[in-house]
Structures are given as structure tokens and as C-alpha cells.
Ligand binder design. Structure first.
Ligand code: IMP
Length: 421
């Protein structure tokens, strides 16, 4: 069976911590989409790591970790990431498997990302500039380079062709702020390093693991509201971030999907441009950012903050078929006397509990419900029943609105600050 953990908001929900926390129950952790635009933070034993492409099970000595075919890999970033974890996981290479069908982010994909964003001016997506969009564009345009191509004798030729096609586009966009020669030196070194790893036909590997009764956790990246199909298009990422993406991103049949864990913050954040109905551009938003340390794990960018949006959460629970909810960072709101959550929207003057087809062009005003805050520190070591009554009624409200149980509550970045119900 393949269980899935994914974010229900705009990313940064804390998937890394929870995937790491759940890992002991699994034999394999697999990434199925996204790339180094992700930044999954893990903290344990006083140490902190940020993973971009490597699955969050890497720190557990008996877990295999698969970078699936749906992921896009930047060899340069992956090499840097491995350097960060190598001392902690000297045996990492025995437990890291990489799909031969995963697409490669070339230096010119990154440059193209910057050139496209630059050309968009005020309408820019706020991309992480990791080359994600251009790489997925080449994949669907049938012009991409995959891990398997790195091993072929004509790789350099293919690389040159692709690079030249990119340079034409970059030139057309009148972008010249880059040093390709320097980037290429690092890229080819990193390609050689990547080739020393276990590069496999991952769809066979994972299906055999399923047949052998292994337990697999598929780890999503970004968030459901950034999904290419159902997110706040065009302010989205370029992959399928929903549970449906697990099948194509790993090569497994829908019948093998088991439990879907949906992870959300007790409030809401978004990084980059695009609609965010419950955004708080005031002191409360500032407090959430400061207390929650809401700055990007990958880019360091300041995250936009706002109240919990139940309309969007209901939508993403529906799209993913969420079985169990995992609630993060409630402790950030410990000092707030009052808390709000959007329960419906007024769209162009009409009340609705649906996310409009185009959130970008609709005039959306959230309708809020108020809650008394719990106004005290929440203990993480006394169990759920011992928690403050106001906090528990906020949790009950969420469970009832989503018709789904909240099974895990995280009250801090470290592994042990987690309450299992
Ligand atoms: P891209 O995926 O780098 O092209 O960025 C597209 C949009 O998704 C931008 O608004 C990014 O800020 C956002 N984004 C991409 N990856 C993440 C993530 O891991 N967490 C949060 N936002 C992300």
C-alpha cells in the first residue's frame, strides 16, 4: 500500500517534519513531484536540516528513499544537498534511489525561469527561480532530458541542442544577467556525481515493493492550492501536487493508494504572488510571521500570512480524498486573544462555500467566524485531553467543517513536540 502525505494549503505546511515523524512506520519514502523549489525542514537531537529533493526518510537507517519519475532534479542542488547530510548519513547512497525517468533541470532552465519572470514584470508568479516551470514545460513539450539520458553516449549532443534552444528563448526575452560558463562547470561535475548513485527503473522497483507487502509513504511537495490543475492558476507550480499525482509521479495504479494524510497550518501562509483571500496585511499578519518564523526554507523569502481558510481547505480535502488531518503550528497563536477562520466567501457580492473557478479575477471577501483564543502555552507532553478547552473547540470546529478527524497536532518544529490522537 502507498500512503500519501501532502499539503492542503499553499505549501510550507510542515510536511518534512511529519514525513520524518511517520517514517518509522514505512519501508520506503518516495517523492513524486516537484523539485528543489521545495524546502522540507527537519529538526531532531538539536540538529536542523532542510531537504529539497531528497525524501524526508533519509535520516532513518532502515528506510529506502526514492526520487520518483515525477520529480525534476537539479544535479547541482542535489550535490549540495547531499553534502549537507553526508556527515549525518554516511550510508545515504545505499538508501537513495533515483528514477531513470526523472527530468533534469539544466542551467539554462534556471536562467529561463529568471528571464520569464523578468519579462512578466508586475505579473510575475514569484517563482523560486529553481528552473521548475521551464523543466516541466520541456517535459510536456517532449524536449526534456532525463536521468537516463545522462548515461547515453549522445548526452553532450542532446545537452548542446537543448541549451541552444533555451538560449534563443533567453535572447528573445532580452535577458543577459547570467554566467553560463561558470554554471556549466558546476553542472557537469554534478552530473558525474549523480551518475555514481543508484539510478533505477523505479516503477518496477515500487510495484515489486507493493507486491512484497512493503509500506510506502509518498511525500508531496508544495501544496494543493499550488496544483497546476486546481490551484490558483496561473499563480501555481508546474506539477500535480494532489494525491492524483502519486500514480503518474511514481508509476503505480490508483488501487494501491492507501491512506491520505492532509497537513495544514492552524493559520495560513503563501509565498510568491497570487490570490490569498484571508491574507492579513496588518499587525496580526506581522505577529504570525514573526512568531511562526514565516520565511522560506529554500529562498528565505517572507511569507504572506492570514487566517485559516476553511473554503480552500474543504476544497483541497475533497480533491485529495483526505482520510486524516495533521494540524501544524497552533503554538504560533498561543498569545492571541481572538482567532478567526473564513467559513464562506462573498464572490462578486454572492455568498458561496465554493472556491470560484478563477480566484484571480473574482472579487472575493471572506466571511469569518470568531473564536476565543486559548491565550496560554500548549503543553506537548500531556496528551490531547490536557489541552486548553478553547483550543479543543477550534480543533472540533475544523473536524466538523471538514468531516475528517485531526489525528496529529504539532506544537513545535522538533520531532518530540507532536501529539498523536
Ligand atoms: P515554482 O514552483 O518555483 O515555479 O514557483 C511557483 C509558485 O509556487 C511560487 O509562488 C512559489 O513561491 C510557490 N512555491 C513553489 N514551491 C514552493 C514550496 O515548496 N513552498 C511554498 N511555495 C512554493
Amino acid at each position: 500500500m502507498v500512503d500519501v502525505i501532502l499539503g492542503l494549503q499553499w505549501g510550507d505546511e510542515g510536511k518534512g517534519k511529519i514525513a520524518d515523524y511517520l517514517t518509522p512506520q514505512y519501508d520506503i519514502v518516495a517523492r513524486f513531484q516537484g523539485g528543489p523549489n521545495a524546502g522540507h525542514s527537519l529538526e531532531f537531537e538539536g540538529k536542523k536540516f532542510v531537504l529539497n529533493t531528497i525524501p524526508s526518510g533519509i535520516f532513518h537507517k532502515s528506510t529506502l528513499n526514492l526520487i520518483g519519475n515525477g520529480v525534476v532534479i537539479d544535479p547541482v542542488r542535489l550535490k549540495e544537498e547531499i553534502a549537507r547530510i553526508a556527515a549525518e548519513c554516511p550510508d545515504y547512497a545505499d538508501r537513495l534511489l533515483i528514477s531513470l525517468k526523472a527530468h533534469i533541470i539544466l542551467p539554462t532552465h534556471r536562467i529561463l525561469d529568471a528571464a520569464s519572470e523578468n519579462a512578466k514584470g508586475e505579473n510575475k508568479i514569484g517563482s523560486t527561480l529553481r528552473g521548475i516551470g521551464p523543466t516541466y514545460r520541456d517535459k510536456t513539450g517532449r524536449a526534456g532530458i532525463r536521468v537516463g539520458d545522462l548515461l547515453a553516449t549522445d548526452f553532450k549532443e542532446k545537452y548542446e541542442q537543448t541549451k541552444n534552444a533555451h538560449l534563443k528563448q533567453i535572447h528573445f526575452l532580452e535577458f543577459s544577467d547570467f554566467d553560463l560558463a561558470a554554471e556549466e562547470i558546476k553542472f557537469f561535475e554534478a552530473v558525474d556525481f549523480l551518475k555514481t548513485h543508484k539510478l533505477i527503473n523505479s516503477e518496477y522497483f515500487i510495484n515489486k515493493a507493493i507486491t512484497d507487502g512493503k509500506k510506502i509513504l509518498a511525500e508531496g511537495a508544495q501544496g494543493s492550492m499550488l496544483d497546476i490543475e486546481f490551484g490558483t492558476y496561473p499563480y501555481v507550480t508546474s506539477s500535480v501536487t494532489l494525491a492524483g499525482g502519486v500514480c503518474s509521479g511514481l508509476g503505480i495504479a490508483p488501487k494501491h493508494i492507501g491512506k491520505v494524510y492532509g497537513i495544514f497550518k492552524a493559520y495560513c501562509t503563501r509565498v510568491g504572488s497570487g490570490p490569498f483571500p484571508t491574507e492579513l496585511e496588518n499587525e496580526i499578519g506581522e505577529d504570525l510571521r514573526r512568531i511562526g518564523n514565516e520565511f522560506g526554507a529554500t529562498t528565505g523569502r517572507r511569507r504572506r500570512c492570514g487566517w485559516l481558510d476553511m473554503v480552500a481547505l474543504r476544497y483541497t480535502c475533497m480533491l485529495n480524498g483526505v482520510d486524516e488531518l495533521i494540524m501544524m503550528k497552533s503554538d504560533v497563536m498561543n498569545a492571541m486573544p481572538q482567532i478567526e477562520a473564513a467559513v464562506a466567501y462573498k464572490v462578486d457580492g454572492v455568498e458561496t462555500d465554493e472556491v470560484p473557478a478563477n480566484l484571480c479575477t473574482s472579487d472575493v471577501a471572506p466571511i469569518y467566524k470568531q473564536f476565543d483564543g486559548w491565550a496560554e502555552d500548549l503543553p506537548h507532553d500531556l496528551g490531547y485531553d490536557a489541552l486548553n478547552a478553547n483550543f479543543k473547540s477550534y480543533v472540533s470546529f475544523i473536524e466538523q467543517s471538514l468531516n475528517t478527524p485531526v489525528k496529529v497536532i504539532s506544537l513545535g518544529p522538533e520531532r518530540h513536540k507532536t501529539i498523536m490522537r
